[in-house]
Design a binder for this molecule. Sequence first.
Ligand SMILES: [Zn+2]
Length: 203
Amino acid sequence: MPVELVARTAPPYNHFTQIGDPVLRQCAEEVAEDRIDSQEINDVVEQMVNVLRHYDCVGVAAPQLGLPLRMIVMEFREDKRERFPKEIYEQRKMSTLPLTVFINPKMEIISETKHTHLEGCMSVRGYSAQVARYDRVRITGIGKLGTPSELDLEGWSARIAQHEMDHLNGIVYIDRMDVSSFNCITWQQINAAGGRANIPFDK
Ligand SMILES: [Zn+2]
Protein backbone atom coordinates (compact mmCIF):
# COMPACT_ATOMS: atom_id res chain seq x y z
CA MET A 1 0.00 0.00 0.00
CA PRO A 2 2.34 2.80 -1.13
CA VAL A 3 1.27 6.18 0.23
CA GLU A 4 2.35 9.23 -1.78
CA LEU A 5 3.40 12.27 0.21
CA VAL A 6 4.03 15.88 -0.77
CA ALA A 7 7.27 17.41 0.50
CA ARG A 8 6.67 19.78 3.40
CA THR A 9 9.27 22.29 4.61
CA ALA A 10 7.48 23.16 7.87
CA PRO A 11 6.35 20.79 10.66
CA PRO A 12 4.59 18.49 10.69
CA TYR A 13 6.93 17.24 8.01
CA ASN A 14 6.31 14.41 5.63
CA HIS A 15 9.88 13.27 6.18
CA PHE A 16 11.89 12.19 9.22
CA THR A 17 13.87 14.81 11.10
CA GLN A 18 17.51 13.74 11.39
CA ILE A 19 19.82 13.54 14.37
CA GLY A 20 21.15 17.03 15.08
CA ASP A 21 17.68 18.54 14.84
CA PRO A 22 17.01 19.94 18.34
CA VAL A 23 13.42 18.65 18.22
CA LEU A 24 14.80 15.11 18.64
CA ARG A 25 16.54 16.11 21.87
CA GLN A 26 13.78 17.92 23.68
CA CYS A 27 11.22 16.44 26.02
CA ALA A 28 7.95 16.49 24.09
CA GLU A 29 4.89 18.11 25.65
CA GLU A 30 1.63 16.41 26.52
CA VAL A 31 -1.25 17.11 24.16
CA ALA A 32 -3.65 19.32 26.14
CA GLU A 33 -6.90 17.59 27.01
CA ASP A 34 -9.05 19.98 24.98
CA ARG A 35 -6.95 19.32 21.87
CA ILE A 36 -6.98 15.52 22.01
CA ASP A 37 -10.10 15.16 19.86
CA SER A 38 -9.47 18.23 17.72
CA GLN A 39 -9.27 18.14 13.95
CA GLU A 40 -5.69 19.39 14.22
CA ILE A 41 -4.57 16.39 16.29
CA ASN A 42 -6.60 13.94 14.20
CA ASP A 43 -4.85 15.35 11.12
CA VAL A 44 -1.44 14.86 12.75
CA VAL A 45 -2.36 11.25 13.58
CA GLU A 46 -3.40 10.65 9.97
CA GLN A 47 -0.16 12.19 8.74
CA MET A 48 1.93 10.07 11.11
CA VAL A 49 0.19 6.95 9.82
CA ASN A 50 0.80 8.01 6.22
CA VAL A 51 4.49 8.68 6.87
CA LEU A 52 4.85 5.33 8.66
CA ARG A 53 3.34 3.51 5.70
CA HIS A 54 5.11 5.55 3.03
CA TYR A 55 8.49 4.78 4.59
CA ASP A 56 7.43 1.23 5.39
CA CYS A 57 8.70 1.47 8.96
CA VAL A 58 7.25 0.24 12.24
CA GLY A 59 7.02 3.31 14.45
CA VAL A 60 6.82 7.09 14.33
CA ALA A 61 6.96 9.56 17.20
CA ALA A 62 5.69 13.11 16.61
CA PRO A 63 9.12 14.74 17.21
CA GLN A 64 10.35 12.80 14.18
CA LEU A 65 7.97 14.90 12.09
CA GLY A 66 9.16 18.05 13.85
CA LEU A 67 6.36 18.25 16.43
CA PRO A 68 7.40 18.16 20.11
CA LEU A 69 4.19 16.41 21.17
CA ARG A 70 3.65 13.15 23.05
CA MET A 71 2.15 11.10 20.23
CA ILE A 72 3.30 7.74 18.84
CA VAL A 73 2.14 5.46 16.04
CA MET A 74 3.24 1.83 15.66
CA GLU A 75 2.41 -0.96 13.23
CA PHE A 76 4.08 -4.25 12.36
CA ARG A 77 2.21 -5.62 9.42
CA GLU A 78 1.66 -9.29 8.75
CA ASP A 79 3.43 -9.00 5.37
CA LYS A 80 6.71 -8.30 7.17
CA ARG A 81 6.78 -11.95 8.18
CA GLU A 82 7.88 -12.95 4.67
CA ARG A 83 10.60 -10.33 4.58
CA PHE A 84 12.63 -11.78 7.43
CA PRO A 85 14.18 -15.24 7.53
CA LYS A 86 12.07 -17.39 9.85
CA GLU A 87 14.95 -17.77 12.36
CA ILE A 88 15.41 -14.00 12.62
CA TYR A 89 11.65 -13.43 12.97
CA GLU A 90 11.52 -15.92 15.83
CA GLN A 91 14.81 -14.98 17.45
CA ARG A 92 13.75 -11.33 17.64
CA LYS A 93 10.30 -12.35 18.92
CA MET A 94 8.64 -10.45 16.10
CA SER A 95 4.87 -10.59 15.75
CA THR A 96 2.11 -8.73 13.98
CA LEU A 97 1.13 -5.48 15.67
CA PRO A 98 -2.03 -3.85 14.34
CA LEU A 99 -2.00 -0.09 13.81
CA THR A 100 -1.58 1.41 17.29
CA VAL A 101 -1.86 5.12 18.10
CA PHE A 102 -1.28 6.64 21.52
CA ILE A 103 -1.58 10.22 22.68
CA ASN A 104 0.17 11.06 25.98
CA PRO A 105 1.35 7.47 26.49
CA LYS A 106 2.95 6.20 29.69
CA MET A 107 5.07 3.08 29.87
CA GLU A 108 5.49 0.52 32.61
CA ILE A 109 8.13 -2.20 32.45
CA ILE A 110 6.50 -5.53 33.29
CA SER A 111 9.49 -7.83 32.82
CA GLU A 112 13.06 -7.11 33.85
CA THR A 113 14.27 -9.58 31.20
CA LYS A 114 16.15 -7.84 28.42
CA HIS A 115 16.98 -8.91 24.88
CA THR A 116 19.73 -7.41 22.75
CA HIS A 117 19.14 -7.06 19.02
CA LEU A 118 20.05 -4.85 16.08
CA GLU A 119 17.99 -1.70 15.99
CA GLY A 120 17.87 1.31 13.70
CA CYS A 121 16.01 4.61 13.53
CA MET A 122 14.56 6.61 10.65
CA SER A 123 16.05 9.71 12.31
CA VAL A 124 19.58 8.22 12.20
CA ARG A 125 19.36 7.03 8.62
CA GLY A 126 21.80 4.48 7.34
CA TYR A 127 23.01 3.02 10.63
CA SER A 128 22.13 0.36 13.16
CA ALA A 129 23.47 -1.05 16.43
CA GLN A 130 22.81 -3.60 19.12
CA VAL A 131 20.43 -2.29 21.78
CA ALA A 132 19.18 -4.07 24.91
CA ARG A 133 15.44 -3.61 25.55
CA TYR A 134 12.96 -4.99 28.07
CA ASP A 135 10.96 -7.99 26.92
CA ARG A 136 7.57 -6.81 28.15
CA VAL A 137 6.05 -3.39 28.67
CA ARG A 138 2.59 -1.96 29.26
CA ILE A 139 1.54 1.22 27.47
CA THR A 140 -1.38 3.26 28.74
CA GLY A 141 -2.74 6.47 27.27
CA ILE A 142 -5.36 7.87 24.97
CA GLY A 143 -5.80 5.37 22.16
CA LYS A 144 -6.85 6.53 18.71
CA LEU A 145 -8.09 4.63 15.65
CA GLY A 146 -9.32 1.70 17.71
CA THR A 147 -6.31 1.45 20.02
CA PRO A 148 -7.28 0.43 23.58
CA SER A 149 -6.24 2.66 26.48
CA GLU A 150 -3.97 -0.06 27.81
CA LEU A 151 -1.82 -2.48 25.84
CA ASP A 152 0.69 -5.12 26.93
CA LEU A 153 3.47 -5.69 24.43
CA GLU A 154 6.15 -8.34 24.22
CA GLY A 155 9.31 -9.01 22.25
CA TRP A 156 9.83 -6.88 19.15
CA SER A 157 6.59 -4.96 19.69
CA ALA A 158 7.80 -4.03 23.19
CA ARG A 159 11.08 -2.90 21.60
CA ILE A 160 9.25 -0.66 19.13
CA ALA A 161 7.26 0.88 22.00
CA GLN A 162 10.40 1.53 24.10
CA HIS A 163 12.12 3.11 21.08
CA GLU A 164 9.16 5.42 20.35
CA MET A 165 8.66 6.30 24.02
CA ASP A 166 12.33 7.31 24.17
CA HIS A 167 11.75 9.75 21.29
CA LEU A 168 9.18 11.56 23.46
CA ASN A 169 11.88 12.13 26.07
CA GLY A 170 14.58 13.32 23.68
CA ILE A 171 16.37 9.96 23.80
CA VAL A 172 17.65 8.26 20.65
CA TYR A 173 18.77 4.61 20.40
CA ILE A 174 22.39 5.70 20.00
CA ASP A 175 22.24 6.77 23.67
CA ARG A 176 21.51 3.17 24.66
CA MET A 177 23.43 1.17 22.07
CA ASP A 178 26.47 -1.02 22.47
CA VAL A 179 28.79 1.58 20.92
CA SER A 180 31.17 -0.98 19.42
CA SER A 181 28.31 -2.50 17.39
CA PHE A 182 27.38 0.78 15.64
CA ASN A 183 27.48 0.16 11.91
CA CYS A 184 26.66 1.76 8.59
CA ILE A 185 24.11 -0.64 7.10
CA THR A 186 25.43 -0.15 3.56
CA TRP A 187 29.16 -0.45 4.26
CA GLN A 188 29.49 -3.41 1.88
CA GLN A 189 27.65 -1.65 -0.96
CA ILE A 190 29.86 1.42 -0.39
CA ASN A 191 32.95 -0.69 -0.98
CA ALA A 192 31.34 -2.43 -3.97
CA ALA A 193 30.47 0.95 -5.49
CA GLY A 194 33.97 2.32 -4.99
CA GLY A 195 32.67 4.76 -2.39
CA ARG A 196 30.10 6.28 -4.75
CA ALA A 197 26.98 5.62 -2.72
CA ASN A 198 24.50 7.76 -0.82
CA ILE A 199 22.29 7.25 2.18
CA PRO A 200 18.73 7.77 0.90
CA PHE A 201 16.62 10.04 3.10
CA ASP A 202 13.55 10.12 0.86
CA LYS A 203 12.57 6.47 1.21
ZN1 LIG B 1 13.56 6.26 16.02
